[in-house]
Design a protein around this ligand. Structure first.
Ligand SMILES: [Zn+2]
Length: 327
């Protein structure tokens, strides 16, 4: 072969190689492009099936949607996907003490009580007061010990009486008052502190009451009508006094509840009783939650740790129990 021919052949081979490489790169890029797009289409198709996509199509922002996903269950999902967006459907989830299990109840209660704040809606649904006093009642969970809840929804058994009731010594109490031993010990400690700091002598007016005794009290109030009786006295089985964990306190300086409410010893108790494991059980402004007119004398023992938390949160036992204890 001549040198000329050899060169020509080499050139043709090089040309074929370049052509092949060009085609190869072209088809490779086309292949990658097609695969990438297919993945994208497939991913979007998959994304459309997610709750995130479905909630977003209802008009909620990505941030709102992500918050919903943290609490979502079948009921919440169905609600969000079948009801046109309203601000409250999201804003209620951002309230303190919001419980996902109550979501639908909050919404329903808010619709028929638009004068109430979201804070009240949350509290009232959590503690059942939205259901109406005594309408739905539940057996109280006795395993909760110092935290057993007794209110207009949680009921004690008729014959229930704890077996560690002791007499409160007469220098700290009027006649014939008993309470759980731990309660009496802590009350005496608190009594001494009040005496030391204010020179005031606290007295217990009433503490443990049996089912039968409560029945008599309720009946006496009932002569003025059921609504009146329910505002001031518990129905039998629904009184904290039956637990042996509640004590009614006033002082020798202010024996009457009306004066006691204005006294410095009440102010002291309100702000310090948690250090001894007590809480003011029916505070002012919480009537919608507790179902009782405020009682400056009624203190409930829950133990120091719980009392401290309840005091710092500024909530009632009912709210505390619903949010932190009852799961
Ligand atoms: Zn009381």
């Amino acid at each position: 072969m001549t040198t000329k021919k050899k060169r020509k052949k080499r050139l043709r081979l090089r040309y074929e190689g370049v052509k092949f490489l060009t085609y190869f790169i072209f088809f490779l890029l086309l292949f990658i492009y097609t695969i990438t797009n297919s993945i994208k289409i497939y991913s979007f198709y998959q994304y459309k099936k997610t709750d995130e996509y479905k909630i977003r199509t209802m008009g909620y922002s990505l941030e709102e949607t992500k918050d919903f996903l943290k609490i979502i269950d079948d009921d919440i999902k169905e609600f969000l996907l079948t009801n046109p967006k309203e601000d409250i459907y999201y804003s209620i989830t951002q309230e303190k003490y919001f419980l996902p299990k109550n979501y639908i109840k909050y919404i329903e209660y808010q619709k028929s009580n638009q004068n109430l704040s979201l804070k009240d809606i949350i509290a009232m649904v959590n503690v059942h007061s939205s259901e109406g006093w005594y309408n739905n009642t539940y057996k109280t969970d006795m395993s909760k010990k110092n935290l057993i809840l007794v209110n207009k929804f949680y009921q004690l058994e008729e014959g229930y009486q704890r077996d560690d009731l002791v007499e409160i010594p007469l220098q700290y109490s009027y006649d014939d008052n008993k309470a759980a031993k731990e309660v009496v010990d802590k009350y005496i400690e608190m009594h001494k502190k009040v005496k030391e700091e204010l020179g005031i002598h606290l007295m217990v007016n009433s503490s443990f009451r049996s089912y039968e005794e409560q029945n008599e009290i309720y009946k006496s109030f009932r002569s003025k009508g059921e609504a009146y009786a329910d505002a001031y006295a518990a129905r039998p089985g629904f009184s904290e006094h039956q637990t042996g964990l509640a004590i009614d306190i006033t002082s020798t300086a202010h024996p009457y509840s009306k004066d006691f409410k204005e006294s410095e010893e009440f102010e002291w108790l309100k702000n310090n009783c948690y250090k001894y494991g007590f809480i003011l059980r029916y505070p002012e402004g919480k009537e919608k939650i507790t179902g009782y007119s405020t009682e400056s004398w009624h203190f409930r023992y829950v133990g120091v740790e719980n009392a401290t938390k309840i005091f710092k949160e500024g909530i009632t036992l009912d709210e505390y129990y619903a949010y932190f204890i009852e799961k």
